[in-house]
Design a protein around this ligand. Structure first.
Ligand code: SAM
Ligand code: SF4
Length: 332
């Protein structure tokens, strides 16, 4: 494949990672993501697994190598392991990964592993029932913990735990999460709160920065030292505990964006390509798929999407425009 066959945008960034949302439904209602009351898309609006696999094959021919399944909560869509199996078989795809809230992992981890799922990110913001429910508007902590156990028994290693940091909401859970993940050998990553909450309540002062979280950890758990990250596409700055015992990453999407290294594209559950979480434009893959379009037409659509990618998301600048859709509708 020559450079010109690949998905290169106007700033020279080569795109090799596709995030595919399989549903906007979810069994939690995290305040930083979803509204308390929600109307989901009709099922016919969602791409079928056949349609998703076709898009993945076209993307792979253009140099996409890794796929991450997300949502909404991907494990609420029936037969997800079957989709994993199809995607793993797509020529050129080196890795299929999943981001999940973990509630249904205990039931599905072994099937997903057998289907060829390579990696797991589990979102977990709290280790106390009361805090979990305050953040997620639902109970479920014990199920997430059971899911983590099952995932490890099924053979998943290097599991990442994603925790969103919101000032006034999550501070009390930072130290317990760090201590737990260190003890359990889990790679914890703190993600800054982005303006993608359905309630549109995000305000800059609510962003609890990675730097502040690092200071809390250094003060209350122990000193952290910067670690080298093998994968330059990773958005996290990784640290290790000075006295050994695991990694902690910081995805400072607001205070220190990784746009200059971004290699990600997205396909929403209803079949729209996006070149950024903060895109205000979408490219209608479902329209092409359902009107008898060819693979070449799909490829051209994806190229157009990449070509239009902006240099940076621009949060905090006067030009920043909040996207109409929120995180659960885009796919985080
Ligand atoms: N339901 C799955 C889960 O929670 O892992 C997958 C979808 S969820 C939208 C993907 C990730 O986005 C989660 O780690 C979640 O914490 C994160 N997220 C959701 N809303 C966010 C926001 N406003 N800012 C930062 N991260 C957010
Ligand atoms: Fe659901 Fe994930 Fe959004 Fe929480 S972050 S409401 S688990 S989609």
């Amino acid at each position: 494949m020559t450079h010109s066959d690949r998905l290169v945008d106007g700033f020279g960034r080569v795109h090799s990672d596709l995030r595919i949302s399989v549903t906007d439904r979810c069994n939690l209602r995290c305040t930083y993501c979803m509204p308390a009351e929600v109307v989901f898309r009709d099922r016919e609006e969602l791409l079928t697994y056949e349609e998703i696999a076709r898009v993945a094959a076209v993307a792979a021919r253009l140099g996409v190598r890794t796929i991450r399944l997300t949502g909404g909560e991907p494990l609420v869509r029936r037969g997800l392991a079957g989709l994993v199996r199809r995607l793993v078989a797509v020529a050129g795809i080196a890795e299929v990964a999943l981001t999940t809230n973990g509630l249904l992992l205990a039931e599905q981890a072994a099937d997903l592993r057998r289907a060829g799922l390579a990696r797991l990110n589990v979102s977990l913001d709290a280790l106390h029932d009361e805090a979990f429910e305050r953040i997620a508007r639902r109970q479920g902590l014990d199920r997430v913990l059971a899911g983590l156990d099952a995932a490890r028994r099924a053979g998943f290693s290097d599991i990442r735990i994603n925790a969103v940091s919101v000032r006034g909401l999550t501070e009390g859970e930072i130290v317990p999460l760090a201590v737990f993940c260190r003890r359990e050998g889990l790679h914890l990553r703190f993600i800054e709160f982005m303006p993608l909450d359905a309630d549109a309540a995000w305000e800059a002062p609510q962003v609890l920065s990675g730097r502040e979280v690092r200071e809390i950890l250094a003060r209350e758990v122990g000193p952290l030292v910067p670690a080298t990250t093998a994968d330059s596409g990773q958005p996290a700055s990784d640290f290790t505990w000075a006295d050994g015992g695991g990694r902690v990453g910081f995805i400072d999407s607001v205070t220190s964006p990784f746009c200059d290294r971004c290699d990600r594209l997205r396909l929403t559950a209803d079949g729209q390509f996006r070149n950024c979480l903060f895109s205000t434009t979408e490219w209608d893959a479902r329209g092409v798929l359902r009107s008898g379009g060819t693979d070449e037409e799909l490829a051209a659509l994806l190229r157009g999407c990449v070509a239009a990618k902006r240099q940076a998301h621009g949060i905090g600048t006067p030009e920043f425009e909040r996207p109409a859709r929120s995180m659960y509708q885009i796919g985080g």
